[in-house]
Design a protein around this ligand. Sequence first.
Ligand SMILES: [Ca+2]
Ligand SMILES: [Ca+2]
Length: 157
Amino acid sequence: MREYKGRGPRRKKPGRVAMGLWSIAGVMGGGLLFAAPAQAAAPTDCPPTYACLWGDTAFKTGGATASVIKLKQYIPALRPFSYYGTSRTGHDSASSVFNNGSTDTAYFFKNENHGGAWFKKSTNDGDSDFTNGSPPGSFNDSLDSVYFATLFVPIGG
Ligand SMILES: [Ca+2]
Ligand SMILES: [Ca+2]
């Protein structure tokens, strides 16, 4: 409706325009429906604005989704951190991650201080299983630092 007012009374075939808009809405709706199964829902224990790591696959550590390491900015070394409620270190142990941040891509590195190989996850995206061969492959039990893009972006990132 707003668009009609902006374009003024000269337009004489509002019906056709309306159909065009409906067609676009239809295509977008179909695309969203098609994409829905591929997009992971944020795990409940990774709150908005955080990136999260778990020691095991399926966003769990020892069977608990609440047993998480989470960050809002960066963790230069995961070694001193342990998954919530456990004594299990974050060093070389994460097997699933999720970026539930608001805007920033999160970067996950094999070495401390953003060193070594890395992969990234945009907001509302994650990987539930580092061991299944799908990207990011070869990162299982190897992560040692995590940065949101406002803090560090690697070359090529
Ligand atoms: Ca693990
Ligand atoms: Ca490592």
